[in-house]
Structure formats: structure tokens, C-alpha cells
Design a protein around this ligand. Structure first.
Ligand code: XMP
Length: 321
């Protein structure tokens, strides 16, 4: 019969067979797929695997720590962390166009990963790159095995020719729910296994306007409140994603304490979906929305208004950029 134990045993054997004595590298994003793929490869070949986590400074509160501390503690994986926040912020300074933001982030990611990959490669005989490709990705792309490129989460092309790796894709036959079960069986932190999808460009495309560290800090605080209240209400698994968006270039008048305020709106964008191709706005209970709104306006300076996005996809996309 087909159990998680079998899948793990089969994959471990297949990975050992493929990799032999060579070294393996993996880029962790904080997402479920790369985390489970790397954990599986680590189980198979141990310290022949080096993971690289490029912290672009655009993750949500606690997410970098989740990778650097909880994940490493759970797996024992060898992790190289590159703190590239300043570099990404510098490259993004003053940029407001959504596609321009994506291009910059994709480009910088490849540059930073390339340097890290060269350092890892200099220390050993690296021949393989792990990718968390799932079955639906395989079907969508026509089924062929790829040559090395950092696909998907940054929407960018590949690495230079002299850094061409063969791919290890241990999740190629699995669906998302199976990957989650696998992650739990491998002992990964629940918060990581059940993490909602999160875009590669991160919070940069949830700040409508230019990205800055102040704006990121503000959005992180609001986003954390929304996530905390959703979790407290037991609703994590009934929404597909819950983007929280900062309208950084919009101001509106409010009143707080004994004064007039002129602050920024935060948009709540909870959606229900099967595959992100279409989506509907989630009918969250009003008391949950009310708690989020009260807490955000009380606890996040400069936010004096919280609004709810009630648009389906289409015509709206899930993200605002
Ligand atoms: P939209 O906004 O197009 O999003 O309805 C559909 C799904 O894709 C995610 N998304 C991205 N993921 N890089 C990513 O890795 C991106 O540039 C990007 N843009 C959108 C979005 O969060 C949703 O799950």
C-alpha cells in the first residue's frame, strides 16, 4: 500500500541513487515546497546538501527566523544565510511599477544566489540543485525535466552556463496536500507546512507605492495582526491566502485621541480558491474582521483606516500588484 513511509523510503533511495557522492545545493524561500524537498534530500544524503537562504528583507514577521532557526532545528540541515535586505532595498528605492519591482527582485535574487552558489561550489563537488517542483507544475510545463533554473518563485530565467546543475526534484509526483503530509512526517514545523502561498517578491508587491524599510515595518506589523487573529479564530485552513496591503501613497483623514490624523489605509484581501487561477473574497466573520481592524488601527502607527477587498478574481487579481 501507498503510505507516507513508502514515499519517503522510495524517494530517499532514488535521491541516493541519483546523487551518489556528489554535493547538492538548494535555495530555500520560506515556502512549503522547497522546505519539504530539501528535508527529503537531507534525509537521503545528509551534509552533502547545503541550503542557501537569501533573505531579501521582504518576508513577513517571523518568517526568516522560521527558516534560520525552527527549520534548521527540526532538520539539522546545513544552511547558508545571505542577508541581502539592504541590497534589495537599495535596488528597489523609488520604484513603484509592479513589473519593475518583480524584475529587480528576480535579478537581484539570481545575482545573490549565484555568488552564494559559487562559494558553496568552491568548497565541494556540487553537481545538483534541488527544486520543489510539484506534479501540477510538471503537467503545466509539458512534463519535461528542466535544466537548472531557479524557476517559479521569482519568475526569472536561469543561472549562467558555468553554474549549470542537474535537478533533483523529489516532489515531482506529488500534489500539495501530499507534500504537506510529507513535511509533517519529516518533522517540519507546522507553521511552515501550513503556510499560505506567498509571492516570491514578497511584501514589495503588497506596498502600493515605493518600498522602504519604514513602510515594510508598518506592513509587517499589520500583517502579523491579521495572521494572528485569523489563526486565533481557527480559520487558517478555510482561506487560501490573506494578503494585507499597504496603500502607501494614499492618505485619509481620521481622528484619534484628541487629534486629527492623516494616515494610510490598510487593505485586507482574504480569498478562497482552489488553485489561485480564480478566487472569491472570503466571507470572514465580521467579528474577526472587526478585531483585526481595531487592533491594526490601535497598534500600528500611521494606519488610521482598514478596508476590506470584496472583489473576486476575475476581475481582480489576488495580489494588488
Ligand atoms: P494573482 O495576484 O495573479 O496571484 O491573482 C496568483 C497567485 O500567484 C501569486 N503571485 C506570485 N507568486 N511571484 C510568485 O512567486 C510573483 O511575482 C507573484 N505574483 C503573484 C499570488 O500570491 C497568488 O498566490
Amino acid at each position: 500500500t501507498w503510505t507516507m513511509g513508502n514515499i519517503i523510503d522510495d524517494q530517499v533511495a532514488a535521491i541516493r541513487e541519483q546523487v551518489g557522492e556528489k554535493e547538492v545545493i538548494c535555495a530555500l524561500s520560506g515556502g512549503v515546497d522547497s522546505a519539504v524537498a530539501a528535508a527529503l534530500v537531507h534525509k537521503a544524503v545528509g551534509d552533502q546538501l547545503t541550503c542557501v537562504f537569501v533573505d531579501h528583507g521582504l518576508l513577513r514577521a517571523g518568517e526568516a527566523e522560521q527558516v534560520e532557526q525552527d527549520y534548521v532545528a527540526a532538520t539539522g540541515i546545513k544552511l547558508k544565510v545571505v542577508d541581502a535586505a539592504d541590497r534589495f532595498l537599495g535596488a528597489l528605492a523609488g520604484v513603484t511599477d509592479p513589473e519593475e519591482k518583480r524584475k529587480i527582485i528576480g535579478r537581484e535574487f539570481i545575482r545573490v544566489f549565484e555568488v552564494a552558489a559559487r562559494e558553496v561550489a568552491a568548497a565541494g563537488d556540487v553537481e545538483f540543485l534541488v527544486q520543489g517542483t510539484l506534479y501540477p507544475d510538471v503537467v503545466e510545463s509539458g512534463g519535461g525535466t528542466g535544466t537548472a533554473n531557479i524557476k517559479s518563485h521569482h519568475n526569472v530565467g536561469g543561472l549562467p552556463d558555468d553554474l549549470r546543475f542537474s535537478l533533483v526534484e523529489p516532489l515531482r509526483t506529488l500534489f500539495k496536500d501530499e507534500v504537506r503530509q510529507l513535511g509533517l512526517s519529516l518533522g517540519l514545523p507546522e507553521a511552515m507546512v501550513w503556510r499560505h502561498p506567498f509571492p516570491g517578491p514578497g511584501l514589495a508587491i503588497r506596498i502600493i507605492g515605493a518600498v522602504s524599510s519604514d513602510r515594510l515595518e508598518l506592513l509587517r506589523a499589520a500583517d502579523l495582526i491579521a495572521r494572528e487573529e485569523l489563526t486565533a479564530a481557527g480559520l487558517d485552513r478555510s482561506v487560501w491566502q490573506f494578503p494585507v496591503v499597504l496603500l502607501a501613497d494614499v492618505r485619509s483623514v481620521g481622528v484619534q485621541g484628541d487629534g486629527r490624523t492623516y494616515g494610510h489605509p490598510i487593505v485586507l484581501r482574504p480569498v478562497s480558491s482552489e488553485d489561485a487561477m480564480t478566487a472569491d473574497w472570503s466571507r470572514l466573520p465580521y467579528d474577526v474582521i472587526a478585531r483585526i481592524s481595531t487592533r491594526i488601527t490601535n497598534e500600528v502607527p500611521e494606519v488610521n483606516r482598514v478596508v476590506l477587498d470584496v472583489t473576486s478574481k476575475p476581475p481582480g487579481t489576488i495580489e494588488w500588484e
